[in-house]
Design a protein around this ligand. Structure first.
Ligand code: ES4
Ligand code: ZN
Length: 326
C-alpha cells in the first residue's frame, strides 16, 4: 500500500481543470434553487444518472446545461472555492484553472462577474490554503474566431487576473487554425498559450496547435501516439501534454483504463502530466486519476515521481519560484 500513499501525498500541480466541470450536482441544485433557474432533472440522483457519455459532444451538452445555474459573482466564487478545497486535499499546491466565459456572457452574465468571482477564490486559496492558483481563459472552438476576439476584448480590462488563453469545446471540425489570428494577438499581449488538441481529433490538430497557434502546452494530446514523427517533435521540444485519464475513459477515447497510452507517452520521453479535466462529471479529482490509472496500468513509484515533477516543470509558475518545488 505504499504506492497509493505516495500518489496521494506527493505535492503536485494540476494544469487541466475546467472550473465549470468541477460543479458537483449538489451545488447545481443549490444554485438553481437560489437563482430561480429551472433545470430539467428532478433530483441530484437523476442528474448523476444522466452522466453516461459516449463521446465528447454527449458530455458537452450536459456540461453547458449544468453551467446555466451560475449567475452571481458568489456562484463563481463558491464553485472555484469548492474545487480549491478539494485540490488542497489532494496535495495540489499549484492549479492553473480553465474557465469558459462565453458560456456565461452568452446568457447575459457580465465578464466582470465571472472573472471577479473566480479570481477572489484564487486569492483566498493562496492566503487560507497555501495553494497557488491562476486562471486561463478558454475560447469555445465551436464558435467563431470573431466571437473569440470579442471575448478577448471584454476580458482585457481584467488582464491582470488571468495568465493565459486556451481552446476547448467540440474539437472535430474546429481545427486550431480557425483561431490563428486571435492566438497571435494573445501572444503579442504576453499571455500564455495552450489548446486542447488530439483528444478526439487527429494528430494533424496537434501539429497545427504547435506550428500555427504556437501553444506552450497541449491539452490531452493522446492521439499523438498515432504519429511517430509528432511523438519525436513533442519529445525533442519538451512540449507538455496535460493528460486526463478518467476523462478519456468516460468519453470513450479509450475503451478501458488498462488501454490508456500514458505509459507509452512516458516511455517515448514526452512530458506527460495527470489531471482531472471535469472532475464532477468524470468520477474523480486528480488523486482519483492517479490512483485508478496506476492501479489499472501498473505504473511505478519512479513514474509517479516523474509525473509530479513534470507537473511543476510544465506549469506557468515563474522560473525562480519553480526551484522550490524541485
Ligand atoms: C472539455 Cl473534456 C473537454 N474537452 C473539450 N472541451 C471541454 N470543455 C470542458 N471539458
Ligand atoms: Zn479539457
Amino acid at each position: 500500500q505504499r504506492l497509493p500513499e505516495l500518489l496521494r501525498r506527493m505535492p503536485k500541480a494540476e494544469l487541466h481543470i475546467h472550473i465549470e466541470g468541477s460543479l458537483e450536482p449538489e451545488l447545481i441544485f443549490e444554485m438553481a434553487r437560489r437563482n430561480g433557474v429551472a433545470i430539467p432533472y428532478a433530483s441530484v440522483e437523476e442528474l448523476r444518472r444522466a452522466y453516461a457519455f459516449t463521446n465528447l459532444q454527449s458530455f458537452l451538452d450536459i456540461y453547458y446545461a449544468g453551467a446555466s445555474v451560475l449567475i452571481t459573482e458568489r456562484d463563481f466564487f463558491d464553485m472555484a472555492w469548492a474545487y480549491l478545497e478539494k485540490a488542497r486535499g489532494d496535495n495540489v499546491v499549484r492549479a492553473e484553472i480553465f474557465f469558459d466565459p462565453q458560456t456565461h456572457t452568452a446568457r447575459g452574465v457580465e465578464m466582470e462577474t465571472v472573472i471577479n468571482g473566480l479570481h477572489r477564490a484564487c486569492e483566498k486559496a493562496q492566503t487560507d490554503l497555501g495553494v497557488s492558483a491562476s486562471l486561463i481563459l478558454c475560447f469555445l472552438r465551436h464558435l467563431s474566431e470573431e466571437e473569440a476576439f470579442e471575448t478577448l476584448e471584454q476580458a482585457l480590462p481584467w488582464r491582470d487576473k488571468f495568465i493565459g488563453v486556451g481552446l476547448d469545446s467540440s474539437e472535430v471540425g474546429h481545427p486550431p487554425e480557425k483561431f490563428a489570428r486571435v492566438f497571435a494577438r494573445c501572444r503579442e499581449l504576453g499571455l500564455h498559450l495552450v489548446a486542447h488538441a488530439g483528444e478526439e481529433g487527429p494528430p494533424a490538430y496537434v501539429w497545427t496547435a504547435l506550428d500555427l497557434l504556437k501553444v506552450e502546452r497541449v491539452d490531452h494530446g493522446v492521439q499523438s501516439s498515432k504519429d511517430p514523427q509528432l511523438m519525436r517533435r513533442l519529445a525533442q521540444d519538451r512540449i507538455p501534454l496535460t493528460v486526463c485519464p478518467l476523462s478519456n475513459l468516460k468519453l470513450c477515447v479509450f475503451p478501458k483504463l488498462q488501454d490508456h497510452n500514458l505509459r507509452q507517452l512516458l516511455d517515448a520521453g514526452l512530458m506527460a502530466t495527470v489531471n482531472s479535466d471535469d472532475p464532477a462529471y468524470f468520477g474523480g479529482y486528480v488523486n482519483d486519476n492517479f490512483l485508478q490509472t496506476f492501479e489499472a496500468t501498473g505504473l511505478s513509484a519512479q513514474q509517479a515521481w516523474q509525473l509530479a515533477n513534470n507537473s511543476f516543470e510544465a506549469s506557468f509558475i515563474p522560473a525562480q519560484e519553480k526551484r522550490k518545488y524541485r
